[in-house]
Design a protein around this ligand. Sequence first.
Ligand code: UGA
Length: 441
Amino acid sequence: MKITVVGSGYVGLVTGACLAEMGNHVICLDLDDAKIRVLRDGQLPIHEPGLLEVVRRNVEASRLEFTADTDAAIRHGTFQFIAVGTPQGEDGAADLRHVLAAARAIGERMTDYKVIVDKSTVPVGTADQVRATIDAALAERSVALDYAVVSNPEFLKEGAAVDDFMRPDRIVVGADDERAILLMRALYAPFIRNHDRLQLMDVRSAEFTKYAANAMLATRISFMNELALLAEKVGADIEQVRRGIGSDPRIGTHFLYAGAGYGGSCFPKDVKALLRTGQAHGHDLYVLDAVERANERQKQVLAAKVVARFGEDLQGRRFALWGLAFKPGTDDMREAPSRVLIAELLARGAEVVAYDPVAMDEAKRLLGDAPRLRYADSAVAALEGADALVLVTEWREFKSPDFDAIRTRLRAPVVFDGRNLFEPALMRSLGIEYHAIGLAT
Ligand code: UGA
C-alpha cells in the first residue's frame, strides 16, 4: 500500500520504517532539509536501537524514501500519516500548529480518496479540526473529494520503539468511515497476525485513550515516588514494598519503580495538556494535578540528598554523574531529571563530571559551555577525585559497575542512586555509603 508520513521525527520515522518493512511503499516527508539529507545519507537524526537497520534495509529495497518535496509526498499516499510534533504551548495545552499545517498541505493537494491518520499525540477534538482545515482547503479549490480522518495514537517507548511497533500490545484506531476502517485493518494485519489486537473505537475515545494511558502511567510513578519519600521517613524500603504490592495481579509489577522523577517528551507534556483540557471543560483533574506536583518535587530529590550529606554550600566539591538521558536506550534529554540535578549542583558551586553512553553530544548541545561542567570518556573516568557518585539513568553498563573503582577513585566511597540499582546489603559489605530512593539511610 502507498503511505505518506508527514513529519520524520521520532514517531514518523519509526512508523514509516516499520510500515515499509511489511512491504508497503512509504514516503517520509519533512520540511527540514538538513534532516532529509542526514536520512538520505543513511544516517539517523535520533538514537533508537534497531531503527537504523530497518531504515537502511527498506531504503535499499526502494520501499522507503525521504523527501522535502510536499507535492510529491502528498500525491503518493492513500494513507497520509500526520506525525509532526505537538509541542507544549505557553498555556500547557498541546500546540496544534504543525498538525493543522499538515492537514492544510494535504487539503491543498489531494486529488483522490485519502485516509488521513492522526498519529501525533493530539487532544480530543483534533480530528474535527483536521477535517475542518481540509474542508476549507478543498472549498478554496472548489473541489469535492471523499476522505476520512482517523485517530491512531502511538504507544511506542523510546529505546524500544521498533519492537513496540512490530509487536504491539494493541493498536487503537478511532474511525467512523467504513472504507477507512477496512484499509486500516489491512494495513495493520501483518503486525497482529496471531492476535486481533486492533481496537476499533470512535475518534474521540481514541484521542482520549492516548492521554489516559500516559496519565495513568505517570500516576503510578508519582504515587510510588511519593510513597518512597515516606518510606525513608518511617524506616521502610520501597524496593521491598514494591515487590510486596506488585505481586498482587490487580496492581501488577510494571511502572512501579521509584526514581528521580519521570522525564521525556511525553509524560510531562501529556500530563500538562490533559490538565489544560480539564480546565478548559471546567473539570479540574485533582489526581493528575498532584501527579505533576509530586514529579516536580521528585526531580529535586537527588540534589536534596546531596545537600543533606554535604551541606548547602558545595563549592570545592566535585560530583561524578552517571546518566544524562531521561531513560536508557536514548539520547533524549527532554525534561530529564539529570538537568535539574546539574543545575542545582552548579548553582551551589559544585563541579560536575558527567558520563552517558550516548547522550553526551546532546548534553553539550543543550547545556552549552556551563562553567564547572565537564564530560568524561567513561563511567570510571568520571569518578576520578569526585566527592561522590550520583547515578541518574539506569543504563545497563551501570548495573554491575566496577565497585573497586567506585571505592578507590572517589575521594570517599559515597553513592547516590536515583534508580535503586544496588542491594543495600551489598553496598554495606563493600564499605560504600549508599543513598537510594525510598531507603532510610
Ligand atoms: C511513554 C510511554 O511509556 C509510551 O507508552 C508512550 O507511547 C510514550 O510515552 C509516548 O507518549 O510517546 P517514553 O516517554 O518513551 O514512553 O518512556 P517511558 O519508558 O514510559 O519512561 C518515562 C519516564 O518514566 C522515564 O523518565 C522513566 O525513567 C520513568 N519511569 C518509568 C519511572 O520513573 N519509573 C517507572 O517505573 C517507569
